[in-house]
Design a protein around this ligand. Sequence first.
Ligand code: C2E
Ligand code: MG
Ligand code: MG
Ligand code: MG
Length: 292
Amino acid sequence: RAKNDGRNLHRFFEPEMDRRLQARRLLELDMRRALIEQSFELFYQPLVNVGTRSVTGFEALLRWRDPVRGMIPPGDFVPLAEEVGLIIPIGEWVLRQACAEAANWPAPLRVAVNLSPVQFRSDYLVDAVRRALAESGLAPQRLELEITESVLLQGNERNLAILKELKSLGIRISMDDFGTGYSSLGYLQRFPFDKIKIDQSFVRELSERPESMAIIRAVMGIGRSLQMTTTAEGVETPEQMERLRREGCDEAQGFLFSRPVPAWDLPSVMASLLADLARDVGEGAERVLEPV
Ligand code: C2E
Ligand code: MG
Ligand code: MG
Ligand code: MG
């Protein structure tokens, strides 16, 4: 019976794997076409200063508008784009687009761009960043690049050198999704990050698991002593915001303030966040922000 099972499984999986392989090839072809036809789009989500409740900038989040599939989130195509190397030209487009759009925002506002570890394999990453800044006229201080721990994995000296070169351009570097990697703390002493973004899983568990608060508190303590800004991701409720504020968190991001929105919607998001700020000014510090 066991022998038979093996054969049957083989017969069963082969066409299944074929279908999956074909689906991937199709997705890859569609991504190539999307690059040419400019079907990628950036959405933006505000980053809010917890103390002043003012917007400090926006994170650019990649979307793919496909005529058949509809709006595709990055989680559904970035992994394959990384596997086949397409994330390098896509990432260059993201850099150019984000810098060009941010150059039109009021001057202190920054734009945060996510970099894939695969982009560090390109010989032209620093050039691409330099070019995006030059073409847009955006001041380097207004650009933040978000990387994950995997960029510094396995004693990667080359990536470290690239990061240092980027920083020397005047750009800010953030550690994204902090706390989800293997030995997060060690990476903080390998590179002088400007910002630590505490992963949303810790914020989500705030009310259910006291340990999450302990971890957030510890990360904020480290951030303070290393002079890195701490940002909490995935803030959804006024209660979460209030607890983070009490613990001295610098910056917050999440659906409480706004979902990621297309560029054309930014003026109205800014206006409503500004209205919240204005309303807050006369009131006590205990007041919590209402969802926009
Ligand atoms: P990330 O950089 O950690 O971005 C934050 C993600 O959390 C975004 O998902 C955002 O929509 C979501 N988010 C924000 N606030 C909340 C909240 O309050 N609650 C919940 N549940 N989620 C929230 P998104 O846009 O689907 O992006 C997912 C990931 O895809 C990003 O995680 C980033 O790693 C990657 N990504 C996005 N854009 C790019 C890009 O241009 N290049 C590369 N290489 N990766 C990108
Ligand atoms: Mg990010
Ligand atoms: Mg993140
Ligand atoms: Mg994330």
